[in-house]
Design a protein around this ligand. Structure first.
Ligand code: IMP
Ligand code: MG
Length: 172
């Protein structure tokens, strides 16, 4: 049976959170030109809204990591499938992620980027499932904690579906 989405966080609440995160980021990076690195594909909607609320001369790039296949459990090993087009050595890098579940994906990417010696490296996450973490994750800018449910919408998918939903929803 095709799963039905139920609203968890409305588009109004998302908009408020994006504005709050953007003002925190704009304040913290004043006088700097940060490079925002989005993780494809899930972060593209969040990234698009976030950068338009920032009061900074930002640049953006994206990486694609291996992620969930057809199921809803992490496959364990993470790989960079499509890498950066921007040199990050000496840059102020802010990673933008849609959702942290076990934390394995993001902790792999943060370690990978740290080796390239950016001037600073921080993490902005739209939704976090703290009860699911298997490794410690430091989130510098967080939109929402979410319960241990499967989340879709606002860029986040289930089998490539539901990315277009305006609200953040969960599947039953
Ligand atoms: P982690 O490595 O377990 O933290 O999983 C991170 C990645 O798995 C995210 O970037 C998403 O692509 C995907 N993911 C984790 N939880 C969900 C969910 O509830 N809905 C959709 N994708 C998810
Ligand atoms: Mg993702």
């Amino acid at each position: 049976m095709f799963p039905q989405p139920s609203v968890l966080i409305t588009q109004d609440k998302i908009k408020q959170a994006v504005a709050r995160l953007a003002s925190e980021i704009s304040r913290d990076y004043q006088g700097k030109q940060p490079l925002l690195i989005g993780i494809l594909k899930g972060s593209f909607v969040f990234m698009a809204d976030l950068i338009r609320e920032l009061d900074l001369p930002v640049e953006v790039d994206f990486v694609k990591l291996s992620s969930y296949g057809a199921g809803t459990e992490t496959l364990g090993k993470v790989k960079v499938v499509q890498g950066l087009n921007t040199k990050i050595k000496g840059r102020d890098v802010l990673v933008v992620e849609d959702i942290v579940d076990t934390g394995l994906t993001i902790s792999f990417l943060m370690d990978y980027l740290k080796k390239k010696r950016p001037a600073s490296l921080r993490l902005c996450v739209l939704t976090d499932k703290p009860s699911r973490h298997q490794v410690p994750v430091t989130i510098d800018y967080l939109g929402f904690n979410v319960p241990n449910k499967f989340i879709v919408g606002y860029g986040i998918d289930w089998n490539e579906k539901f990315r277009h939903l305006q609200d953040i929803c969960y599947l039953d």
